[in-house]
Design a protein around this ligand. Structure first.
Ligand SMILES: C[S@@+](CC[C@H](N)C(=O)[O-])C[C@H]1O[C@@H](n2cnc3c(N)ncnc32)[C@H](O)[C@@H]1O
Length: 335
């Protein structure tokens, strides 16, 4: 008998189940991984996050301990690079990596051993910052399609040879949410319901007695704007640095990721494009020496000049408005 799963259950299994993408060793990485992230391009992104942590620690009155919780920490790259770069808050920081996938958690402890690693968010109350880069896009979504009367919900029939889509009338609560989020969605258009992402941010906010939640991810301000675009633009798969096939093909062999609809997250966040956020946290001054060195000696490059060029290329990618620079940074303040 084929099994019929709601799309979020299918996505959960395809990513995190026994034969899922992450359980089979899929991971981020600029060269050796399946997809690049800001964290894996180099250490500049981490240095900006460290500058934010130093500034926030001072704004909050220098709390000690100052807990930094990183959701979806992957292989620990951001943790390692942030701990190397923090300055003022160095002695107060207690860094906790939260990573669902066991093998990544072990890899993370291998490179960032002074931090702790947990499979899920800890209990509060805590004082500090919860940060996550490209976590929410990886949390399973429900998938709804506008029908002539109301909404259908996408399920997946998993057979021994093929997986196929099955549409069923959406339950009333999901239909009401979809109508509120995308009232003018044309018949046949689709939207994601990102309840797990919303719950994750709510839990992060609730565990803080005082502090900030800082989310970096790609996506759109509104669900309604996703409804105007074809599903394969915002629900994507990646394998070995390339866009892969339909999420229903070869489950477990590719990452499945959905652009974040930020209007589905708790309200009250300050939103900035990543390029602006990095500029506000020092990326220009961090690359000023490299820029000067490159301009001075580009005609006769040495190893040092080439390292300067690499740093400038990394900065350019992080602020590129057609790429990482267009990601959103959402910051919530508690207390
Ligand atoms: C796209 S990767 C990003 C990794 C890293 N933050 C980076 O930027 O390179 C998403 C990570 O989140 C992890 N993850 C997924 N759901 C999670 C959850 N509920 N709690 C913690 N980690 C989770 C996955 O196992 C994966 O390692």
């Amino acid at each position: 008998m084929p099994e019929v799963l709601r799309f979020d259950a299918y996505m959960d299994e395809a990513l995190y189940g026994a034969g899922g993408f992450y359980e089979r060793g899929g991971h981020p990485g600029a060269r050796d991984g399946d997809f690049a992230t800001s964290v894996e391009l180099g250490s500049l992104f981490a240095r900006c996050v460290a500058s934010y942590l130093d500034r926030t620690w001072i704004e909050m009155g220098r709390p000690d301990p100052f807990v930094v919780i990183e959701g979806g920490a992957g292989r620990g790259t951001l943790c390692r690079d942030v701990l190397e770069a923090v300055d003022g808050c160095r002695d107060a920081v207690r860094y906790v990596m939260v990573e669902r996938t066991e093998s990544q958690r072990q890899a993370a402890l291998g490179i960032a051993g002074e931090a702790a690693a947990l499979a899920d968010l800890p209990a509060g109350p805590l004082v500090g910052v919860v940060v996550a880069n490209e976590l929410l896009d990886n949390l399973p979504i429900r998938l709804l399609e506008r029908a002539p009367a109301g909404w259908d919900e996408v399920h997946v029939e998993v057979g021994p040879q093929h997986t196929t889509q099955v549409r069923q009338p959406a339950p009333d609560d999901a239909s009401a949410m979809a109508t509120a989020l995308a009232p003018d969605a044309p018949v046949g258009s689709r939207i994601p319901l990102q309840l797990r992402a919303s719950v994750w941010v709510r839990r992060a906010l609730r565990l803080l007695e005082a502090g900030r939640v800082l989310i970096f991810d790609y996506g759109m301000r509104t669900t309604a704007s996703l409804a105007q675009r074809p599903q394969d633009e915002w629900l994507r798969t990646y394998r070995s640095q390339r866009r892969a096939d339909d999420p229903l093909d070869s489950p477990g062999t590719a990452d499945i990721t959905c652009e974040v609809a930020f209007d589905q997250l708790p309200s009250g966040a300050k939103m900035s494009p990543q390029a602006d956020w990095l500029a506000a946290h020092g990326i220009e001054s961090m690359t000023a020496d490299a820029r000067a060195l490159w301009e001075r000696s580009r005609a006769n490059p040495t190893a040092e000049t080439l390292a300067a060029r690499a740093l400038l290329d990394e900065a350019a990618a992080l602020v590129d408005p057609r790429s990482f620079g267009a990601f959103w940074v959402a910051e919530w303040r508690v207390g």
